[in-house]
Write a protein that binds this ligand. Structure first.
Ligand SMILES: Nc1ncnc2c1ncn2[C@@H]1O[C@H](COP(=O)(O)OP(=O)(O)OP(=O)(O)O)[C@@H](O)[C@H]1O
Ligand SMILES: [Mg+2]
Length: 222
């Protein structure tokens, strides 16, 4: 039974698709987990990344737009996810850059865990706070097993990055100790085929991945 994880925040451009892709690629290559990525963003960012190479994970697109008059996209997505849970160990879901649409609420209600990229700008911090408030009733309903994991993305030396620590624990979001810097390699070297850095190399991405893995608590495959 797959563990399902959404990468989400209320604001666009925080690195949801980038971090999801780098994470799924590295886990697919380095573990025996069977991984599915659902590209549920109408911009189809991950589908676009995959034009450059064969993904290390299975990739499917989910189209939220009406199939026909009687279509209920939330129900269609729930069924889409449910019948894939049996066949995978891990399912990552990429969603659009705003949390205001019904589609984002649908995904957040159905997954087991949300990874929230956070960025240190006034507008981004404010959006993350609002996003966590939006998630609070879902977390209350689902209990402790519903993990909200914050990851600092595009980290630099500005004062605001120090302030992000204050978000740790807010409405149950656990802020990871290992963040991702603002480096051109995350734009340039993104790949769906090979991990961004070799396994075992001393690197912040590997530190992030290790911390993430300890939070996901994967079940070992034979
Ligand atoms: N750590 C990083 N360092 C440098 N650039 C980054 C980093 N993370 C993401 N980017 C760049 O930031 C931009 C936005 O990233 P991305 O598309 O992953 O965000 P998103 O949250 O998925 O956006 P959207 O809301 O539009 O779906 C991209 O150009 C990406 O290459
Ligand atoms: Mg995206």
């Amino acid at each position: 039974m797959a563990k399902t994880i959404a990468f989400a925040n209320r604001k666009g451009g925080v690195g949801k698709s980038t971090l999801l892709t780098l994470t799924a690629t590295a886990l697919a290559r380095r573990t025996s987990q069977k991984i599915l990525v659902i590209d549920g963003d109408s911009q189809a960012t991950i589908r676009t990344f995959s034009n450059a190479g064969q993904p290390a994970f299975d990739l499917e697109t989910f189209d939220w737009h009406k199939e026909h008059e009687a279509d209920i996209p939330a129900l269609r997505f729930a069924e889409f996810l449910q019948c894939r849970r049996e066949n995978y160990d891990l399912i990552f879901v990429d969603i659009a850059g705003t949390a205001d649409g019904a589609e984002v609420a649908t995904v957040l209600n159905l997954v087991d865990m949300v990874i929230i990229p956070v960025i240190a700008s006034f507008a981004d911090i404010a959006s993350t706070v609002t996003f966590l408030e939006l998630l609070a009733p879902i977390k209350t309903k689902k209990g402790d097993s519903y993990k909200l994991l914050g990851v600092i993305n595009k980290k630099d030396r500005t004062l605001e990055y120090g302030q992000l620590e204050q978000l740790n624990g807010y409405h149950g979001m656990q802020l990871m100790a290992n963040g991702i810097s603002n480096l051109v390699r995350y734009r340039r070297d993104i790949s769906v085929s090979e991990p961004i850095v070799p396994e075992g190399k001393e690197d912040e991405f590997n530190d992030y991945l290790e911390e993430l893995l300890s939070n996901i608590q994967l079940t070992e495959n034979a």
